[in-house]
Design a protein around this ligand. Structure first.
Ligand code: EPZ
Length: 460
């Protein structure tokens, strides 16, 4: 019963057929490079924005289906291009997919994934190069199937992003890892993975996720030290526990996993997207407007909210989210440094820079997670932002008004930062390469237009 949804052209079709055709040769590039977002800036946002399920939680939860032959049902699944790519990848490993996104039966945005058997242990280059999160199939495949062959992701627009820590974690559990022809080949010992202590030398979200999933089916106890504490890890651990995994220390930086022989069926509701929440909170602030963010949780983004309040914006909790009010405020420049959770998220750094470009005074923004995440700076400069980069820090000297321009960005968060800048700028902004936005923001233009923004997608 695969429901085929998508009445609105704006939404991404996540049915398996549509997903695999989209993942065909450069489909996104063809369509997305041609499309653009046109914004007539200078309007205050006023209204409510419903927050979707978290992309980065979904991308870790979906591969967990490979750990069992039973069905895994996820609800509150965001409708995004990256989710479609993950569906294609899991299908290639043998998972069947049942998607319901049509609002029927009260279970909207539901995905049921079932890998009765692993039909292929290879994650091919063509999918992995488009979506780095593909590497998250590695741990589950080695743990259940005993073997995985996953293309090395290579560098990306925000840095070299190696996966050495993922591999060391699997080696600690007894996997034999070789690199051949651009592929990682990981093989479990004949009796299966064995629990052991994994000490991450630095915090890695994906590395923790791979290690955690692999450890659920390893023999004996695994201790993961210096584990990432991002809410998406907690969400994954909660889902794995519902599948029968035995995990202690969830939410702390030491995870203890007692391996079990098999996992079972489960249903799990994906937590709200904290980065989408933060992005729209900053959209309200940058337009000096007022927006109610619904279907979300302020506790997922304390650091962002604290810094936002420091700028002069008021935040009021509501029953299912919070209200951001920046009307008639003069915002102050506030420094931030990106850190692993619970610190200020690197995925909010570009958006913060756009906001600071419109604030009073200077702000220093320090990126400590990725070495190359200031690609948005030259584009913001084209809109009149005054930003100087010194190593891993950028000094933003705020000015009240940006001016619209033709811009484009090389990654998701950089792209949305340009959308925010466009909302605040005088005149017309055209943001090119919309496919970046489609990877992580569901119907960005519809959500913003619903609050009064003059924004539209122009099909190329
Ligand atoms: C996750 O990426 C997110 N992606 C990223 O979101 C996010 O920016 C990042 O965590 C940090 O919060 C998903 O969850 C799908 P890491 P991940 O491993 O897991 C280095 C977005 O815009 N490192 O925590 O790949 C790495 O190079 C994206 O939604 C190694 O050196 O991030 C980086 O400097 C982009 N070796 C740092 O650690 C490794 O083996 C943190 O990376 C792994 C990572």
């Amino acid at each position: 019963m695969s429901h085929s949804p998508v009445s609105e052209d704006l939404l991404i079709d996540l049915t398996p057929d549509a997903a695999s055709s989209r993942a065909g040769p450069d489909h996104k590039e063809r369509r997305g490079v041609m499309d653009c977002i046109r914004i007539e800036g200078g309007r205050r946002l006023d209204g409510t924005i419903a927050i979707s399920g978290a992309k980065n939680a979904a991308l870790a939860l979906m591969p967990a289906c490979l750990l069992t032959d039973q069905p895994l049902t996820l609800t509150n699944v965001p409708r995004l291009a990256d989710i479609a790519s993950m569906i294609t990848l899991l299908g290639q490993h043998g998972a069947s997919v049942d998607a319901a996104f049509d609002g029927a039966g009260g279970d909207t945005r539901r995905l049921t994934l079932q890998a009765r058997s692993i039909t292929s242990a290879t994650a091919p280059y063509d999918i992995v190069r488009k979506m780095r999160a593909s590497v998250l199939v590695l741990g589950p495949l080695v743990a259940r199937h005993g073997f995985a062959r996953v293309s090395l992701p290579g560098g990306c627009a925000i840095g070299t992003r190696p996966v050495d820590l993922h591999l060391k974690a699997l080696e600690a559990l007894g996997a034999d890892i070789t690199l051949a022809g651009g592929y990682i080949e990981a093989r479990a010992p004949s009796g299966g993975l064995r629990g052991d202590t994994i000490v991450f030398p630095s915090v890695t979200v994906g590395g923790t996720e791979n290690a955690l999933m692999a450890a659920t089916l390893a023999h004996g106890e695994t201790v993961i030290e210096n584990a990432a504490r991002e809410p998406e890890i907690t969400d994954l651990a909660t889902c794995l526990t519902a599948m029968g995994a035995r995990i202690e220390g969830v939410g702390t930086n030491t995870l203890r996993v007692e391996g079990v022989s098999s996992l079972t069926a489960a249903t799990h509701a994906i937590l709200p997207d904290r980065i989408e929440t933060g992005t729209y909170a900053l959209a309200a602030a940058i337009t000096r407007g007022r927006v109610h963010l619904s279907g979300t949780r302020a506790d997922l983004l304390h650091a962002v909210i604290e810094h936002l309040e420091e700028t002069g914006v008021s935040i009021t909790p509501t029953e299912d989210g919070f209200v951001v009010d920046a009307r008639d405020r003069v915002l102050r420049g506030v420094d931030v440094m990106t850190k692993p959770f619970p610190g200020f998220p690197t995925d909010m750094q570009a958006q913060w820079m756009a906001l600071m470009a419109t604030a009073d005074g200077a702000a220093m923004i320090t990126e400590s997670i990725f070495e190359n995440r200031f690609m948005h700076v030259p584009e913001l400069a084209r809109m009149g932002a005054d930003v100087n980069i010194h190593g891993g820090s950028a000094i933003v000297r705020g000015r009240r008004r940006l001016s619209g321009a033709q811009v484009m960005a090389t990654d998701l968060r950089a792209s949305v930062c340009l959308v925010l800048a466009g909302l605040a700028a005088e005149g017309e902004t055209i943001v090119n390469r919309v496919y970046h936005l489609d990877r992580g923001y569901e119907t960005v233009e519809a959500k913003l237009a619903g609050c009064g923004a003059a924004i539209e997608r122009v099909r190329g």
